[in-house]
Design a protein around this ligand. Sequence first.
Ligand SMILES: Nc1ncnc2c1ncn2[C@@H]1O[C@H](COP(=O)(O)OP(=O)(O)OP(=O)(O)O)[C@@H](O)[C@H]1O
Ligand SMILES: [Mg+2]
Length: 245
Amino acid sequence: MNSIELQNVSKYFKVNGRRLKVVDGVSFRLEQGRSLALIGPSGCGKSTILSMTAGFFPPDEGRISVSGSLGLCLQDDKLLPWRTVLKNACLPGEIKGAEALAEAKEKASAYLPLFGLDGFEDSYPAQLSGGMRQRAALLRTLIAGGDFMLLDEPFARLDALTKEDLHRLLLRVMERFSPGMLLITHDIEEALEIADEICLLSPRPARVVERLTTPKGEGMPFDPLKHAALKQHMRDVLLAHKTPV
Ligand SMILES: Nc1ncnc2c1ncn2[C@@H]1O[C@H](COP(=O)(O)OP(=O)(O)OP(=O)(O)O)[C@@H](O)[C@H]1O
Ligand SMILES: [Mg+2]
């Protein structure tokens, strides 16, 4: 079984000549087929955790072990400006070869309407809105596949209805292809809807202050009372650790 495991991971950055601790002893394990959401306040170190998991730079302390391939959707959409929506979406397939490219194109034409990008496949990123660019980047990640999807706030700039559509789409992708998913979000409701497990993080330096399994992760049917109580609980935990503004 493929998995991602962080053991006691810490990271420091040099800011103005000072060593700033950004991640503080974070541990979690995610198996393929399961989804884990990281929720924490802005600037706490979430993207840093994801970047280290993706192997962009190593942790200063602790260990990260990854078995399986990764697909990424970063906070900054990173679409190539000189390629159209379709060509951006199919790029990972194109790199793998002709067969993968044909498969990517087939998937892209099936997904484009679901992503509200139908008719924009030949547009360049500069001709799209911020939300459309975000959807195109997510489309590329889903098409590329991989054993795990690492998603950094992929729905942050979307309107509520598009967000709901994409949540459903992501759940269908999870069901059909069973990748593992590491999702960074600020949105408690979103985490409860999509994730099997949630890690609540402290303000910088990010520490896991609570880890919980959602009703979805336990295979329980939706219960509005339990849902509301869990939401309140998570809000209380995050507020208890919040630094006053
Ligand atoms: N390459 C870097 N060099 C120096 N400091 C950095 C670097 N990357 C991030 N930081 C600092 O690390 C801290 C955490 O940043 P990070 O991007 O991980 O936060 P985040 O939790 O993803 O925030 P947001 O929710 O706003 O995206 C911030 O204080 C940021 O200034
Ligand atoms: Mg971030």
